[in-house]
Design a protein around this ligand. Sequence first.
Ligand SMILES: [Zn+2]
Length: 346
Amino acid sequence: MRREFLAGACFGFGLLAHSFAQQIEIPRENTGEFAASPTLSGVDEEVKERASEALPSAVHYDRAAAPKITPEQMRRAGVLAREKVEKEARLQATRAAEAAKRFITASQPAEDRQSRSSGPPSSQALNLHSETALTKLANGFDFPVGKPDAQGYYKARGFRSHGHLGEDWDGIRGGDTDLGDPIYSIGNGVVVFARDCHMGWGNVVIIRHAFREDGTVKNIDSLYGHLNTILVRRGQAVSRGEEIGTMGTAHGMYDAHLHFEIRKNLEIGMSRAAFARDLSNYYDPTQFILSHRQLPTAKGGYRIAMNTFTRDANIRWDERRNYSQSSSGGTSESAAALKRALASQH
Ligand SMILES: [Zn+2]
């Protein structure tokens, strides 16, 4: 998929779009230090990858010196981006249909086999903590921007095991034109986490969903990062398509975009470094949504656990902004990144 995208991008976008892509994909500030840093983890990857993938390593990018883009160039880039999204969506839909066929013929879906072998707990298997909340079952899932189909947005970066564990969604007009745009809950659920995580993440909302599939009720967590504002609070029930926050920059670290994850493991929380960084714990978000657009509904509520982020317990959210060094076992972030983040936090 990635290769196809790159080939398509080279073929279709040309130099103009290349410079446009640079403008919208890289962090706000000069990225040379990030690229040189040997020990980046957590959302630092966001910085590192956005920098290294968007730019040749030798380039020192300066936002102030970004090439001026005419309205016509922006329009063309927007059209190209939209075509790319549509092409990808068609491809994903085909794959989802194929997966559905396999699912019907096989005794278990591949994803389930995978998760069973690597062992993320199901909602039933978790040793549930005392606090629970009621939610309606999700009757299907939509995209978190441009609801329901991400209209007006494109996926600047996709999911990659052991790399980028979510998707980055950007407005097709580029730059910060999407700053403050509404972010929607992908389905019915309950907010299990909503707060400013500072370093790298900014404001984060995590919503827990329950849905019926294969005769059982399953849970997933959807995560929305870098938000400019949070419009919900922990424990709040939310509906499919309800606005939960607005698109942001993680306190000025990036061009405005949404970092979006879907987890099958309900223990991860903000301690990603403590868990396998692959499909045993995560879904490819677009793939998941496209294969779960309509789901069976049920009357009444379903009870979900609220306190499952066991590894987050020792994170001192406000005192220790470099949370990745908490008990989760993450590696340290670069001093330069820390300095930059503190400088942007006023
Ligand atoms: Zn991201």
